[in-house]
Structure formats: structure tokens, C-alpha cells
Design a binder for this molecule. Sequence first.
Ligand code: WQD
Length: 342
Amino acid sequence: MTKKKILVSGGCGYIGSHTIVDLIQHGYDVISVDNNSRSKADMLDGVAQITGQKIKNYTVDLCNSDDTFAIFQENPDIAGIIHFAAYKAVGESVEQPLLYFDNNFNSLINILRCCTIFNIPHFVFSSSCTVYGNPNESPVTEDTPIKEAASPYGYTKQVGEQMIRHTVNSSTLQAILLRYFNPVGAHPSIAIGELPIGRPANLVPAITQTAIGKLPQMQVFGDDYATRDGSCIRDYIHVSDIAHAHTLALNYMIEGKNNSDCEVFNLGTGNGYTVLEAIQTFEKVSGCKLNYVIAERRPGDIEAIFANNEKARDVLGWVPKYNLDQMMETAWAWEKKINQQP
Ligand code: WQD
């Protein structure tokens, strides 16, 4: 039986590359489109190292409608799309909202337009727990009311979900929206991992870069929140667990098991950890004492959020495998590898 071909946008990125590994290992053929504005093309060398397969990447900006259209013309056998390509730093989006609106909306519009023109049947969208805004309580379920987004990044995900719903309602496209909590860690082989461009916005790469000495010190953005130790609570989830959920979501639609044309799933472990607890876990597994200071709150941050993941477990059969120790271990192993340290 011929393998189904999946187009992964943002395939050279952190979650995209890990998802390509999982798709290949579960029998799919994959092509990538990534303009490498926030990623490195050689991440696909790491994918080849793990899977033995060289992935074709179209170095195309999805905001260019003609170039995007040409990819679909060249690949009439695309059976599904997983759309990761977007800017995703909460803090940066607060400083540069129009950059986020331009990139995240126009790339999505172009790829959705191609889905309708080329009758692509299945679409998986990289959404985010930031769509919930600052929830009144956690864990949040997929039915937790959507509040005002706390950042332009979260707003682009809220509107992105609505754009997909309306496209699904007016076409034959079927979609699944995956709301990630905080993806962290690296593939256990450490052939692929997170490669932040410039100073890392996210917590775990900031921790590992500080520990290895690339950053002199890191800041904990606030310890005056109403949490058990004053620092923000997040639901950290291993990137390989996130990746596998995409394969399960595609299988679910391709096998015709989906209950509606557009379904939403939370992807988190269901455990909330504070920033200081995450740092303590890193120090425990790495044996490094982290050099950090308590700083002001970061605009756009919410106080606490973690997932109710029962729907993904019950419906998709998704079972997260990695715990926080393992997330920190793989993140640290990757950081040491890319800095050629034993
Ligand atoms: C986590 C916590 C910071 C850096 C991320 C992704 C976003 C979305 C949701 C998928 C916050 C604190 C951070 C630092 C710190 N995921 N922090 N010092 O903002 O929750 O958003 O998950 O779509 O794409 O960005 O993640 O790692 O930036 O912050 O104290 O140097 O760590 O204040 O409380 P965030 P993050």
C-alpha cells in the first residue's frame, strides 16, 4: 500500500522536526515547507539520522501565495497537512504585534486557501493553551471558556482556530486543533532538539543556556503571583509526546473515526509546575546550580495554567510518556551536544 504523503509546514522547527520523525516511524511519507526564518534547514539532517530518510524541504515563505500554490501543484497527492509554521514567542508578540498578525494570519490564509483549491482532506493545526487567556482555574478542559488573549501570539491562535472552523464549514476539509501546553525537551537520541534563534524566550532553553554558560544569568519573571511559591505555573510536556499526538490525530481522521469535522484536543500532562520547581528539577537532574535572579513580571504572562488531557487520552489514545525529570534530562543532553560538551 502506498504511503500517505503529509505536508508539514515549519518542518525544520522544534515541534515540526519531532513530528516528522514520528510520522515516518508510523508509516507516513513527509514533505516539509519552511523558509528557515526561525529554524535551521540542517535540523532535517537530524531527522534523517533518526529515521534514515532525507526529507524534502520547500524553502518557501507561506505568506507568498504563488509560491505556496506551486507546492500543491507539484504534490497533487498530499493526503493531509500539519501546520506549525508561525511565530510563537509570547513576549516578542507583545513587543511586535503587527509582525505576528502579518506572519501568522497570512501564512494560515494561504495554506487554507490551497486546501480548498486542491481538496486536501485533513488538516492538523498547531494551536496553543494561550487561547484560554488567563483561566479562572486549572486544569482547563477543551470546553473551558475562551477569554481575551493575554498576548498577540495567543490572539493569533484564537483567530486561527476560528479561521479554520469557518473554512471547514464551507468546504470538505476536516480539521483537528491541538492546543499545546509548554513543549520542552529533546528527542531521546538528541539528534534533534530546540534551537532558539538569538536569546531564548522560553524557560527551558534559557535554563540550559545559562547552565552551559552561553547566558551569564537567567531571570525568573516574577515571584509575586498567587501561586505556591510566587512563580508562574505551567504544564510542561515533552516535545516527543506532542509529536506523537499529531500522528494519532491524522490516523483518527484518515480512519474516519472523527466525530465532527473540526475537533479540539488539549496536549498537556495535566501536571502544573512553577518556574522555580522547574529550575529545581533541572538542578537535580543536571547537578548544576543555576545562576538566576528574580526579575519583574513579563508582560503577556498568565499566572497559572495546566491541562485536563482526558479527551486526548480517551479519544485519540494519547498517553504522554515523559516526566519532568526526563524533559529536563533530554533538554540538558541536547544543550551539551550542540555545544560539543560531554
Ligand atoms: C514559561 C514560564 C515565564 C523565560 C509557551 C510558548 C507558546 C505556547 C505556550 C505553544 C513563564 C517564565 C520564561 C525566562 C522565566 N506554547 N520564564 N524566565 O510563555 O508559557 O508560552 O507555551 O504554543 O508558544 O511560548 O512559555 O517558556 O516563555 O514561559 O521566568 O527566561 O517561564 O515568565 O512564567 P509561555 P515560556
